[in-house]
Ligand binder design. Structure first.
Ligand code: ZN
Length: 341
């Protein structure tokens, strides 16, 4: 079976990998689609994401769907042949954060295709993967594998909106209209926001934000753009650029909430910190997700417009092209790799 292995910055290889056997408690899944995430692109271009650096070769990928093949001893779940999405996180279950109901910030979690710990947790861009059976979810009625491949990034977006608190009836600004930003737009609308403004310097990216349901589009590189709101109730920073956080702090209302979702560059980031004080702005981080995965599958099943955010499906053998396409925001939103026979 073929898999995508990152060896270092700029060194992505499609390689023949040994097929895994499901261990005790595990499901063996034949992967069909895997979404290329911004973090996969960061590993590819920079050899790391945020403060996590590559220290050994790692199979990339954590946004995967496929079909159940079999189970290891003691494991049960959807019948073999069932179409499933794979929740990528295996929290420890007993650290203070897990005990507190926040497994997404578990201090000892395992997350598919992440260099956050060493040895790295190998990812899911491979023909077959063995994962804990409890992380496999049958797709809801009417949801196909292609759209379901958005479940992981949509979960991230739903979690970010949940972190913001009540958005119903409010105006939400989203900085960054990449796949995650677009899914935040959709998540904010689904949560009842009456107006969502998306900001990005790339016009083509803003067009995808419109597909996701944005009410207003703003060129982030144009301070004079007439679309800039005077103030918003909530701002979600989804670009991973410090300037985006600065914009969010300047545009949110007094006492408003800013959620930092994009992974900023390694180290320190400059932003207008005094606004936190003088306007009593609440700055909150959002990292991954937990139970939102099931909500994401239901939302995907209900809304056909998500299909418009999948801009290409590329065979795994052409992974280099897929990554280049995913990195070019003038040509793509979410790019999926396709595995299998
Ligand atoms: Zn834990």
């Amino acid at each position: 079976m073929l898999g995508c292995v990152i060896h270092g910055a700029g060194d992505l290889r499609v390689a023949e990998l040994p097929e895994p056997e499901p261990g005790p408690g595990e499901a063996l899944v034949a992967v069909r689609h895997g979404g290329v995430c911004g973090s996969d692109l960061h590993y590819w271009r920079h050899g790391g994401v945020g403060d996590f650096r590559l220290r050994e070769p790692m199979v990339l990928g954590h946004e995967v769907v496929g079909t159940v093949v079999s189970y290891g001893s003691g494991a049960t779940g959807p019948a073999p042949g069932t179409a499933v999405a794979v929740h990528p996180a295996t929290p420890c279950g007993h650290c203070p954060e897990c005990s507190d109901g926040r497994p997404n910030v578990c201090r000892d979690t395992r997350y598919l295709g992440s260099a956050a710990r060493f040895p790295h947790v190998q990812g899911a861009f491979a023909g077959r993967i063995a994962v804990p059976a409890g992380q496999v979810r049958a797709l809801p009625e009417g949801l196909g594998l292609r759209r379901a491949a958005l479940a992981e990034p949509l979960s991230v977006a739903l979690h970010a909106v949940r972190r913001a608190g009540a958005v119903s009836g409010g105006h939400v600004l989203v900085t960054g209209a990449g796949p995650i930003g677009c899914l935040v737009v959709a998540a904010a609308k689904a949560a009842g926001a009456t107006r969502v403004t998306a900001a990005d310097p790339v016009p083509e990216a803003l067009r995808y934000a419109a597909v996701a349901g944005a009410d207003a589009l703003v060129r982030a590189d144009d301070p004079a753009d007439a679309g800039w709101p005077d103030e918003v109730d909530v701002a979600v920073e989804a670009s991973g650029v410090a300037a985006g956080l600065d914009t969010c702090l300047r545009r949110v209302r007094r006492g408003g909430v800013v959620v930092q979702l994009g992974m900023l560059p390694p180290g320190r980031s400059p932003f207008a910190g005094n606004l936190l004080v003088s306007r009593e702005i609440e700055l909150r981080g959002a990292f991954r997700f937990s139970a939102e995965f099931d909500d994401a599958l239901e939302l995907l099943a209900a809304r056909g417009e998500f299909d418009g955010l999948v801009s290409a499906v590329v065979p795994v053998g052409e992974a280099a092209d897929a990554f280049a396409l995913a990195a070019d925001r003038t040509r793509s939103c979410k790019v999926l790799l396709e595995f299998g026979d």
